[in-house]
Write a protein that binds this ligand. Structure first.
Ligand SMILES: [Ca+2]
Ligand SMILES: [Ca+2]
Ligand SMILES: [Ca+2]
Ligand SMILES: [Ca+2]
Length: 256
């Protein structure tokens, strides 16, 4: 009893002081050799650890055949590199218009907050939520038109995306993305002149990776991501609105 009486207050004190996102800070290693965006995993990727995409944000939990996903990250001065390995039993792209209900087609969704500030980004560029469709076109929500109308914008020039599916069961997709990282000064109206950030060692970013899985329904069937989101009013689909739910990562050169 005496031990319990001493230990419990210390545990509660520690949990209270250290927010879960600080405890969960993750590292991204530097790519010293070239990463080719070709849907083929080169040796350089071996230095990065696999991270699961297993957090359900919307819909029912899929079976492993329906959806399984994991990913790795690397960086260099010009790009954040993403390697996703995905199993999806049916690839489905019902809307050829990249700006129409793009969230209801199969897509890889890349959430990035350049300065790890957290906070609202739904109609601004404090953070980005790139929906990369099966045709490799990327879309996010821009600033409201006339202060009230939603405005979906094509951001294909922010990234290079290529995926390939294996020729044998379980037909895994290897999806590679090189992402330019823009800060919150990005304005779509000035997109021709705004330059992406040059990445440096020690930089903190907010990041989450997710997959919208639809296998033939009108709306997506599952939405599964990498971050453990605490539901707000029963809703975990918060990443497209706030960067508070992304995980915090730090760019490093090598293990010290
Ligand atoms: Ca490659
Ligand atoms: Ca599926
Ligand atoms: Ca930010
Ligand atoms: Ca699918």
């Amino acid at each position: 009893m005496k031990i319990l009486a001493v230990t419990f207050p210390i545990i509660f004190l520690l949990v209270g002081i250290l927010p879960s996102k600080v405890l969960a800070k993750k590292y991204i290693y530097h790519a010293d050799n070239e990463i080719s965006i070709d849907g083929v995993q080169e040796t350089e990727w071996q230095k990065a650890n696999w991270q699961p995409m297993n957090q359900l944000m919307l819909g029912e939990a899929p079976s492993s055949e329906d959806f399984t996903g994991r990913f790795k990250l690397l960086w260099d001065r010009n790009y954040l590199y993403i390697l996703a390995e995905i199993t999806d039993d049916i690839l489905f792209d019902q809307h050829p218009d990249p700006l129409f209900k793009y969230w209801d087609d199969d897509c890889l969704e890349v959430f990035i907050d350049e300065d790890a500030s957290g906070g609202d980004h739904q109609y601004n560029f404090n953070a980005f939520a790139y929906h990369i469709a099966l045709d490799n076109q990327a879309v996010d929500i821009g600033e409201l038109l006339d202060g009230k109308k939603e405005n979906f914008i094509l951001l294909n020039d922010h990234l290079n995306s290529v995926w390939k599916r294996s020729s044998t069961s379980p037909y895994k997709i290897t999806w590679e993305v090189a992402l330019k990282v823009f800060d919150d000064s990005y304005r779509h109206s000035n997109r021709k002149t705004i330059k992406p950030q040059q990445l440096i060692e020690g930089k903190n970013i907010g990041f989450m990776l997710a997959y919208c899985d639809n296998d033939g329904s009108k709306e997506r069937e599952h939405f599964i991501g990498s971050a453990n989101i605490i539901a707000h009013n029963g809703d975990k689909n918060l990443g497209y609105k706030t960067a508070d739910v992304f995980d915090k990562y730090i760019l490093i050169k090598n293990l010290k």
